[in-house]
Ligand binder design. Structure first.
Ligand code: HAM
Length: 422
């Protein structure tokens, strides 16, 4: 038997219904925030991610799905959404005529060659947003409010918002130098990857999954002590606006995030319910004021976030969050024999086109089994079509709850249902 690839999963059944409900909620929320839907390709030039996500990140050094196509092009399955949206923003010259700020939202599969475990897949779905062309701290706060409000709408309670700032380029540089000074005497005690990170991007050391428990990590310099006035003010404003929106947060000075492109605000929301598991970061994001320029666009600020759908779904399940899912069908049609199927399928199609969830018996069940099936499907009405019904175009309709029976003219069927549906 051929099995699914490692780190992937199938969606169906109840999980599928719950997922669709959440997806619809996301769509509605993005409409209210006035964001524009973007869809970019699942594969892009490998270069985009190397330069976009960062050469020293784990994602690029260890986790990308790289391949050559038949034309010998170097391509990569996207490990995240930001780089592709930035590429699209630049390539479609949205900085010129699109109206700034451009507020994009996206949803789709991402690919990382990670060790699969609960909450960590090789193919996973992200919902994310990217905002281009404004450095106003209000946009940082707005972006943070999106996942927080989504969790709130869904009724998720056990969440914790962690924020930090890396400051602007000048502050980041000062901080980088402080980290180099600090880690230089401890180089031998760091893992091989961190030794490399020390030379290429020392900030990444703080993010290391191997060394994170070392004492030297706990006492490492904090970004917050290296901020210039502009960066301090930006961070203060973000915090002020979060408070204005009633969003609780904690400043976590060790939060640096696993991607290279961030400046100023970084944030993560974690599931703070005991026993949730180690992959408890539900979403993350931040500001990236140099990324558009680094990918050959004009200097343009950016800020965004992405959330993992699988972790969100697990959190919802973990907290037993109820969803108003459609349970059952409106009408169940029984053609009494093959000769009534043409008329039955005509009625079935008509009902569906008039907005009624309708099922039909495909299997020539006997009447008893058909009623059992209608009950199983939780059908509100059962429509029986025999020889006489077909001939006279008068349908036998049974209210499957009260068991009342009606004779309804074909022409009056929709009116009847509009009046009697419960
Ligand atoms: P990220 O922190 O790498 O950020 O991923 C965002 C979220 O995707 C994580 O918090 C997690 O919920 C989910 N996630 C990541 N890897 C996996 C995995 N292997 N399996 C399941 N879920 C996963 C980004 O991707 C940035 N592009 C976010 C961003 C947008 N920053 C600015 N704009």
């Amino acid at each position: 038997m051929i099995q699914k690839a490692k780190g992937t999963y199938d969606v169906f059944g109840e999980y599928g219904k719950r997922l669709l409900y959440v997806e619809e909620l996301i769509e509605g929320l993005m409409e209210k925030y006035n964001y524009e839907y973007f869809r970019t390709p699942v594969f892009e030039s490998s270069n985009l991610f190397h330069r976009g996500v960062g050469e020293t990140t784990d994602i690029v050094t260890k986790e990308t799905y790289d391949f050559k196509d038949r034309g010998n092009r170097d391509l990569t399955l996207r490990p995240e959404g930001t780089a592709g949206i930035v590429r699209s923003f630049i390539e479609n010259k949205m900085y010129g005529n699109h109206g700034i700020p451009v507020k994009a939202w996206y949803y789709g599969p991402m690919y990382r060659y990670e060790r699969p475990q609960s909450g960590r897949f090789r193919e996973f779905y992200q919902f994310g947003v990217e905002v281009f062309g404004t450095s106003d701290p209000m946009s940082d706060a707005e972006v943070i409010s999106i996942p927080v409000n989504l969790y709130k709408l869904l009724g998720l309670k056990g969440i914790k918002v962690n924020i930090n700032t890396l400051g602007d380029s000048e502050s980041r540089e000062l901080y980088r130098n402080a980290l180099i000074e600090y880690f230089k005497p401890h180089l031998d005690s760091l893992c091989e990857d961190c030794k490399e990170r020390f030379f290429k991007n020392p900030l990444r050391i703080l993010d290391c999954k191997v060394d994170h428990n070392l004492d030297i990590m706990k006492n490492a310099p904090k970004t917050i002590d290296y901020l210039n006035d502009i960066s301090k003010e930006h961070f203060e404003d973000v915090k002020k606006y979060l408070t204005s929106m009633g969003i609780d947060y904690e400043v976590n000075t060790n939060l640096v995030r696993g991607l290279d492109y961030y400046t100023h605000t970084v944030f993560e929301v974690e599931a703070s319910v005991e026993g949730f598991g180690s992959q408890n970061v539900l979403c993350g994001g931040g500001r990236y004021d140099n990324l558009v320029e680094n990918l050959d666009g004009p200097k343009t600020c950016g800020v965004g976030f992405a959330l993992g759908m699988e972790r969100l779904m697990t959190a919802l399940e973990y907290e037993n969050v109820d969803m108003p899912l459609i349970d059952g069908v409106d009408c169940y049609i029984i053609p009494m024999s093959n000769s009534e199927k043409d008329y039955a399928i005509h009625i079935c199609s008509d009902l569906r086109m008039n907005g009624y969830i309708t099922e039909i018996d495909y299997n020539n069940r006997n009447i008893k089994n058909n009623f059992k099936n209608a009950d199983k499907l939780n059908s509100k009405f059962v429509i029986i079509i025999g020889e006489e019904e077909k001939q006279k175009e008068i349908l036998t309709i049974k209210n499957n709850k009260t068991k009342e029976e009606y004779k309804v003219n074909h022409d009056e069927l929709i009116d009847f249902l509009d009046e009697n549906i419960f």
